[in-house]
Design a protein around this ligand. Structure first.
Ligand code: F6R
Length: 616
């Protein structure tokens, strides 16, 4: 949730850290701070508000040291104040610490430390850990000098319950950083004569693409010359080096006003990348290289369980519809946060999938661990290579859409829809779906980037609608079958970036309650497909119109809507039902984006949200 960045090398650390913080800001933006080593003490600046405020309002850029670390915060314990911003110092001034996560037993540790004379300047759990490290450092000065700093961090961490990704500096060790993780991601970047530490590769890739992903329970000790990894029990760990495939251009705006806009318009290419190399030679089915499960075992699955949060959960709901329709295998979709506590009865031959763009969402990770604990295989649909979920799953499917930086998910969501459609084809071809139906399905999937391009070409028309509708305070999004989850996604997109209240419903359910909301002041966005659902959806639209509700229709080209029924029409191409949810999503992404821009919202960093939710 929060962002962590650290640097040890020969360059001025502050400039590199501040640039890294700007790239990480999408992880949390309540406050930001930086600490740089200076002659046995720390230069520190921290401030509530955005990274830009830290850069403009402080002397941070002038700090001259070559070892330092910075943090962007998403508040958990303690309000959004300068005092609660990280880094935190121990009361003796010897340690500076930044932290991502929640320390659950901080109150009892704080009581203990208060009894030993330690003082606290903030309300945070982080400061408690910082003082606990100082306590162990003072308590055991006998430890051999070179490792005293490292060992006091190790000792303190053994008393911690909860989740953390931390970086610590000690004033007595001017060119060293100790970092550790349990439940929150940390990555070491190995550059040319320098090391970087970050919670996210986007903070590193401007300097190096060579990385080592830290695992839970590992402690990293970085000095100017080298680094070592050990466990909490002090066992040595051999580092595994990886190379990040994303480039710095992937993480830049490239002329767009916002990352959300850039990522919406990147979707044709993103979808091509998701599909690349994933169709069989005979052109009748999908292939996935990393499932690590034989076709025979896959065919014997009686029920699939999909676990996810937020937009990824909506993608699972669409996948459920397509798999049940084309493969005739039951699918159960759970919110990951509910699954782990629900303890629902499970069949013996169930197979689990988690869907997560970041691969770090703590609820999804915890649900994965719960399913594995029960002895099930769990596969992951995931965008960030090397993420915790990717590493802890038994196999999976990478999305390959490049970094998604806008907090509201767009290209990652449509890519997950595509993977769901490909899974329905893959499983369907093992069962009922014929060769010719498979070939037709594959052709439809291959055509989706062009269909999305056609919808994107209507951006000016959608922008104009957004301009007229930005004044409304409530919206309904209504769709049926696989377009119902798209309605949920449309409502979520609108509320998270424009702060307008919106609800998604199955169109026919509207008359069982939400219709009470309808007035001239509450517009409805209807998804209208041709085919068997057309007349049903039109009836629902008429019920809205009869109550003076305004209607924006996202309708496929062949739908002959009764004159005057819709106030606005956004046409989308006729297409195969496997790709319809993807094509229908794009207009509501654009509508939400342009409404938020019209309202001058901070589109890429909506209030209270953070890109990757790594706390429960
Ligand atoms: C909404 C959004 C969130 C995420 C959710 C899961 O636009 O981005 O609802 O979909 O937090 O995140 P991941 O996919 O990273 O697990």
């Amino acid at each position: 949730m929060c962002g962590i960045v650290g640097y040890i090398g020969t360059q001025k650390a502050s400039s590199i850290i501040l640039e890294g913080l700007k790239r990480l800001e999408y992880r949390g933006y309540d406050s930001a701070g930086i600490a740089v080593q200076k002659n046995g003490r720390f230069d520190i600046a921290k401030k509530a508000g955005r990274v830009e405020g830290l850069i403009k309002g402080t002397a941070a850029q002038k700090f001259s040291g070559t070892t330092g670390m910075g943090h962007t915060r998403w508040a958990t314990h303690g309000g959004v104040t300068d005092a609660n911003a990280h880094p935190h110092l121990s009361s003796d001034g010897k340690f500076a610490l930044i932290h991502n996560g929640i320390i659950e037993n901080y109150e009892s540790i704080k009581r203990f430390l208060l009894s030993k004379g330690y003082t606290f300047a903030s309300e945070t759990d982080t400061e408690v850990l910082c003082n606990l490290i100082a306590y162990h450092y003072q308590k055991e000065p006998a430890v051999e000098d070179a490792s005293r700093f490292l060992e006091s961090v190790r000792k303190a961490l053994r008393h911690i319950e909860g989740a953390y990704g931390i970086a610590v500096m000690c004033a007595d060790y001017p060119a060293e950083i100790v970092a550790a993780r349990k439940g929150s991601p940390l990555i070491l970047g190995v550059g040319d004569g320098e090391y970087m530490l970050a919670s996210d590769v986007s903070a590193i890739i401007s300097r190096t693409q060579n990385v080592v992903y830290l695992k839970d329970g590992e402690i990293l000790h970085i000095t100017v010359r080298n680094f070592s990894i050990t466990t909490l029990d002090a066992a040595d760990v051999s580092p595994v080096f990886d190379r990040v495939s994303w480039s710095i251009a992937d993480a830049d705006l490239n002329g767009h006003a916002h990352f959300m806009e850039k990522e919406i318009f990147e979707q044709p290419a993103a979808l091509e990348n998701t599909m690349r190399g994933r169709f069989s030679e005979d052109g009748s089915t999908a292939n996935f290289g990393g499932l690590n499960i034989s076709a025979v075992d896959f065919r014997h699955v009686d029920r699939f369980h999909f676990l996810a949060c937020g937009s990824a959960w909506h993608a699972c709901l669409v996948a459920e519809q397509l798999i049940e329709r084309f493969a005739r295998v039951p699918v159960e979709v759970d919110y990951a946060s509910e699954f782990r506590y629900r303890n629902s009865p499970l069949e013996r031959s169930a197979l689990f999938f988690t869907f997560s763009q970041s691969g770090e969402t703590i609820d999804t990770l915890a649900a994965l661990r719960e399913a594995k604990r029960k002895g099930y295989k769990v596969l992951a649909v995931n965008n960030v290579v090397g993420s915790t979920i990717a590493r802890e799953s038994d196999g999976g499917i990478y999305q390959h859409v490049g970094p998604e930086i806008g907090v509201a998910s767009t290209k990652a969501f449509t890519s997950q829809l595509l993977i769901g459609a490909m899974l329905a084809l893959y499983i369907g071809r093992m069962r009922d779906l014929s060769f010719s139906d498979g070939v037709e399905y594959v052709q439809a999937l291959k055509g989706v980037p062009d269909l999305v391009r056609q919808v994107l070409a209507q951006a000016p028309h959608i922008k104009e609608i957004a301009r007229r509708y930005a004044k409304f305070q409530d919206f309904l999004f209504l769709g049926r079958l696989s377009l119902f989850p798209v309605a949920l996604e449309g409502a979520l997109k609108l509320k998270e970036i424009s702060y307008i209240h919106a609800e998604g419903y199955p169109a026919a359910e509207m008359k069982h309650g939400p219709i009470a909301l309808i007035s001239e002041q509450c517009p409805s966005v209807f998804f209208v497909p041709s085919g068997e659902m057309f007349s049903k959806v039109v009836s629902s639209m008429q019920e809205i119109k009869a109550r003076k509700g305004r209607i924006i229709a996202v309708a496929t080209e062949d739908c002959a809507l009764p004159a005057g029924l819709a106030d606005e029409i956004i046409r989308i191409p006729e297409c195969h039902e496997a790709v319809l949810p993807i094509v229908a999503t794009v207009p509501v992404q654009l509508l939400s984006y342009y409404i938020a821009v019209e309202l001058q919202r901070d589109v890429d960093k909506p209030r209270n949200l953070a890109k990757s939710v790594t706390v429960e």
